[in-house]
Design a protein around this ligand. Sequence first.
Ligand code: PCA
Length: 200
Amino acid sequence: MKILVTGFEPFLSLTRNPSKEVLPMLEKEVNKEHLKTMVLPVVFDRVFDPVKEAIDDFKPDVVLHLGVAESRDKISLERVAINVKDARGVDNMGNQPVDEPILKDRASAYFSTLPIRKLEGLLKDASIPVEISNSAGTYVCNNIMYHTLSYLEQQKLDVMAGFIHLPLMKDQNKGTNKSMELRMIKEGIMRMIEYFLDES
Ligand code: PCA
């Protein structure tokens, strides 16, 4: 069982991103044979290249893409990625696409191929706040989820993949109460990784 877990660099007004900070914590607990982690650029047109390379070379059985969403107070398992780029702010290269398709003439949307209801149950059992979300937005997170699912389908690869949005970390909650301890975020992702390792 090989799992690829990706996080994102900081973007817009955020100086830290929990999806990046959690990666070394996961690496400490899981053998390198089973886990590869990567930090992705928050750039629409550059985000997929490193993932494609990792899918081709590392040959994961599972791809977990992680990112942060300030509006979330729970670990959010995304159900669907849509074929839309529509940014309210610029990406880290200054691009701000509006109403554009991610890939012309491809499917309108792809569903997560992760067992999201099962994963939701696992986290609930561990008292970790979790939800299934029906929109990954239209910024770079939705973009990478769409690209990865589209590529896996096109290449007919039997790989489970999806996206998980994380709340802000407790010490960066900008005065809202929508945040979670990084330790608990790590615990939640570890539960999912352990589930996949046990399944194999
Ligand atoms: N969150 C952004 C992009 C990078 C990240 O961590 C998003 O939700 O699209």
